[in-house]
Design a protein around this ligand. Structure first.
Ligand SMILES: *[C@@H]1O[C@H](CO)[C@@H](O)[C@H](O)[C@H]1NC(C)=O
Ligand SMILES: *[C@@H]1O[C@H](CO)[C@@H](O)[C@H](O)[C@H]1NC(C)=O
Ligand SMILES: *[C@@H]1O[C@H](CO)[C@@H](O)[C@H](O)[C@H]1NC(C)=O
Ligand SMILES: *[C@@H]1O[C@H](CO)[C@@H](O)[C@H](O)[C@H]1NC(C)=O
Length: 423
């Protein structure tokens, strides 16, 4: 997509054929194609033509061949505009934007500019607003004025607001919202627009629990709250999100069990609960979720026996389970060479404990551990236990030893050099 961007123009500014946010994530992936009505020579509104020139956009080529325009007569009007790499010297101002108030889609990309007063005709018309590393000093109140938005996408621009609801309350048509890496604080909203299909609030400082009201969003397909400070437990009604395909809650402080209701989400393909405080046993029904391709449960406090067999794990594109210290896997269901990062179970279903530190040289490699998925559960438990102890704790100690050797070598060299210098 970068390639197609640069072929269009070397200037700081160019147009989109389609409103950016018809593709919710990322809007950048929109590609240019030839427009539908190329025959007429430019009849763009002279005021808009002047505004483009004021913005240093070359207008030798009909702007409507590169952007979306309406078909009004005698003059056509711009519907979408994408501003790239602009700075304050490019006269981004209320006056310029006033004559562009026919726009329904506006994108700022790498335009480091403080927010300014948007003409109300423009805030009313816009259906799609995107700012990526652009608008500075954003506030919730400023964004709340764009009350007809279907798509809002802010990435990398800090937003000052005491909660997300300040931004969204008046946006009655909102379908997709991304507020990524915007330093947002406060709690999640209690009221959500039922039309929402896509919510990404990842990498902020949002706190509190996931409100039950969220589970009323029958159309929601993507929910990403990862990298916030959320806590509490999952709502029991999470399974009411029947359109959900992607659920990412990673890197929060959410606790409690995985609610059984998620079994009712037929199309769930991506479940990321990594790096939280989830506990309890991992429910067996997860292995019966037919669409699941991505499963991350790492760095939690799950315990008991992992209820998955090797064929289920291999069916997934991504499976992460390490960092659950009270969890173990059944050696007759999963072979050791799958390197799950958790200990195998002993015959009582408890993780095999690490050997006392001094006993075995932990970094010694073990050949041909694990292997077949069957027949090893019965009589040679001791043998299996020994092998797995060595295997499981081989990694970390190797690293520690390597670091120790490297450090002492460095200290040695430094002392040697100092001595050499002194002599
Ligand atoms: C905008 O700036 C970035 C980084 O400076 C550059 O890679 C990109 O090609 C620029 N885009 C345009 C359209 O000039
Ligand atoms: C969710 O957000 C995180 C952090 O921004 C990102 O790394 C991850 O790719 C997102 N997940 C999905 C499925 O979009
Ligand atoms: C593995 O688990 C899945 C799901 O529980 C099950 O359908 C399948 O029969 C199991 N495969 C083997 C080889 O046990
Ligand atoms: C491991 O799986 C086997 C076969 O399914 C079963 O008989 C055994 O009880 C399991 N062991 C544990 C510790 O769950």
């Amino acid at each position: 997509m970068r390639a197609s961007i640069t072929t269009i123009t070397t200037t700081i500014l160019f147009f989109l054929l389609y409103p950016a946010a018809t593709v919710p994530n990322p809007p950048l992936s929109t590609t240019a194609e030839s427009p539908s009505s190329p025959t007429t020579s430019t009849t763009l509104d002279p005021n808009q033509l002047r505004a483009l020139q004021f913005l240093h956009i070359p207008t030798t080529q009909d702007p409507c061949t590169l952007s979306t325009c309406d078909n009004a007569t005698p003059f056509r009007h711009l519907l979408s505009l994408r501003l790239t790499n602009c700075s304050s010297e490019h006269h981004l101002s209320t006056t310029t934007l006033s004559s562009l108030s026919t726009l329904t889609s506006l994108t700022f990309l790498g335009c480091h500019t403080p927010i300014f007063h948007f003409p109300s005709s423009l805030t009313t018309n816009l259906h799609s607003l995107t700012s990526i590393n652009s608008l500075q000093h954003l506030t919730g109140v400023f964004l709340s004025h764009f009350h007809n938005l279907n798509h809002l996408y802010i990435s990398g621009d800090p937003i000052k607001a005491s909660g997300v609801h300040i931004i969204t309350t008046n946006m009655k048509s909102l379908k997709t919202i991304t507020l990524y890496n915007t330093h947002l604080t406060g709690y999640l909203p209690k009221d959500w627009n039922p039309k929402l299909t896509y919510i990404d609030f990842s990498k902020n400082k949002l706190k509190g629990t996931i409100p039950t009201s969220l589970t009323l969003l029958k159309n929601l397909q993507v929910l990403n709250f990862s990298s916030n400070n959320l806590n509490g437990v999952l709502p029991n009604s999470l399974g009411d999100l029947t359109s959900l395909k992607i659920l990412s809650l990673s890197s929060n402080s959410i606790s409690g069990p995985i609610t059984a209701s998620i079994f009712a989400i037929p199309g769930l393909a991506h479940l990321d609960l990594g790096s939280n405080r989830f506990e309890g046993v991992i429910p067996e029904f997860i292995s019966e979720m037919k669409e699941l391709k991505y499963l991350n449960l790492e760095n939690n406090k799950f315990h008991g026996v992992l209820p998955f067999n090797a064929s289920f794990i291999k069916r997934l594109d991504v499976f992460k389970i390490n960092g659950n210290y009270d969890l173990c896997y059944n050696l007759s269901m999963v072979s050791m060479d799958m390197h799950l990062g958790i200990a195998p179970c002993d015959k009582h279903g408890m993780p095999i404990l690490p050997p006392p530190a001094a006993n075995t040289p932990a970094w010694s490699s073990v050949e041909n551990v694990g292997g077949g998925g069957d027949g090893e559960s019965g009589d040679n438990d001791d043998d299996v236990e020994k092998k797995s102890q060595v295997h499981v704790y081989r990694g970390p100690n190797k690293v520690v030893l390597g670091v120790a050797i490297a450090l002492s070598a460095m200290v040695f060299i430094i002392i040697f050099l100092v001595l050499l210098f002194v002599c």
